[in-house]
Design a protein around this ligand. Structure first.
Ligand code: FEO
Length: 392
């Protein structure tokens, strides 16, 4: 993708990965992604903000060549992960006078992960300003907008905030700006769920800090750029708030149909009681969809048969995922079926133990659910409705 002008002297020079379908061997990318790098030209100095995934290095270099860049003075590294910093060694080889400008923690990670020598780095402190001549970059430390070393930079005169992973979206698009907000919203929410949600407790303070800076443009390192920052700031205010929806997520796996009968009954009753339901078959689910649904549901119901002595592995994965990404769930239930016993309930409860939520009494049928089992499912639906009503 050719370089694209954001403002006079400020360009998007990264790469679009249209065809990538898996990130970190973990996260599905149904719409691809991008690795945004930015070139900022001052009157005396030129800075490259982040680089790209090494597989697409040629795109970065082609963009720099097209812009006639002969010298880079600074390579700002906001985050040491490979998709943004993996090409720093190659950039330093091509522009040997460039210095990597970053914080001390990031320099340490660049050394251990990418063999970027300490001698190549200029270490900055929180709030430090880098003068480019008529333009200046101010650094804002923001630990845990993915890793502990992450930071933002603010192009003061142009009011552009570069946030690296924060506010990103895994969305390959030739459109520079996020003007199609409905389309971008879903990708940004999914990205928040997968990458950012585990650390959401830190973000209200970051959002306040950003409000005070009043950026006119927010430029993340994945997906399109926001020239109406309120759009993404409002979305993050909502996702990171304590508000949950009157919604239950029923994530199930069934082998011989018994668990599915319990699920069908529960979903039918919840819908009848006016509780919104999201139902996912864990045998085929896209885990990004599941994570996205977890952002603001009030209740998770995990439904599983018993395999050998415990839950179906797909239910274990879902419970582990929920425990790891720490959604703001208020309640959870475990339902399902068993042949003769096992530790299904205890195993799943253990995986959810880190979440501060109310666990409803488990419901496990022995083989096909009996009328009594189904009556208990009806009662669970009523309990969920009552709890949701109590949340307002
Ligand atoms: Fe886009 Fe944490 O890297």
């Amino acid at each position: 993708m050719a370089p694209r002008k954001i403002k006079e002297g400020v360009f998007s020079v990264g790469a679009i990965d249209w065809d990538r379908r898996l990130f970190d061997s973990l996260i599905p990318l149904p719409l691809g992604t991008s690795y945004n790098a930015y070139l900022v030209k001052g009157e005396s100095k030129t800075a490259l903000l982040d680089t790209v995934e090494p597989a697409l290095l040629k795109d970065l270099f082609a963009n720099l060549d097209e812009l006639g860049v002969k010298t880079i003075d600074y390579v700002v590294s906001h985050h040491a992960e490979q998709d943004h910093s993996g090409s720093i060694p190659a950039v330093l080889a091509r522009y040997p006078d460039a210095k990597v400008v970053t914080n001390g923690k990031c320099a340490g990670l660049l050394a251990s992960h990418l063999r970027v020598p300490a001698s190549a780095c200029d270490i900055i402190t929180d709030g430090a300003v880098l003068d480019l001549g008529g333009r200046s970059l101010q650094f804002v430390f923001a630990p845990w907008v993915h890793w502990p070393e992450t930071m933002f930079s603010f192009l003061v005169e142009d009011k552009i905030l570069f946030t690296c992973d924060f506010f990103g979206s895994h969305l390959a698009t030739g459109t520079l700006f996020a003007d199609d907000e409905h389309h971008v919203y879903l990708s940004a929410k999914r990205y928040y769920a997968e990458i950012m949600m585990p650390f959401r407790g830190k973000y209200p303070a970051y959002l306040q800090k950003i409000e005070a800076m009043a950026p006119e443009i927010i430029a993340p390192s994945h997906g399109p750029i926001y020239r109406r920052p309120e759009f993404i700031l409002d979305a993050y205010r909502d996702w990171t708030s304590d508000k949950v929806k009157n919604e239950a997520l029923v994530a199930y796996v069934s082998m011989h149909g018994s668990t599915k009968l319990m699920v069908d009954r529960l979903v039918d009753r919840l819908v009848g009681l006016g509780v919104n339901v999201r139902q996912f078959d864990l045998a085929t689910v896209d885990i990004g969809e599941l994570a996205t649904a977890l952002v603001d549901v009030a209740t998770l119901v995990l439904a599983t048969p018993t395999v050998l002595n415990g839950p179906h592995p797909a239910a274990v994965y879902a419970a582990y995922l929920a425990g790891a990404i720490k959604p703001k769930l208020r309640h959870a239930a475990i339902i399902g079926s068993q042949g003769w016993g096992g530790k299904t309930v205890d195993t799943l409860k253990g995986l959810l133990a880190g979440l501060k939520l109310e666990m409803f009494d488990p419901l496990m049928s022995k083989g096909l659910p009996t009328p009594e089992d189904l009556a208990a499912v009806d009662k669970l639906a009523e309990t969920i409705k009552a709890r949701h009503a109590a949340l307002g």
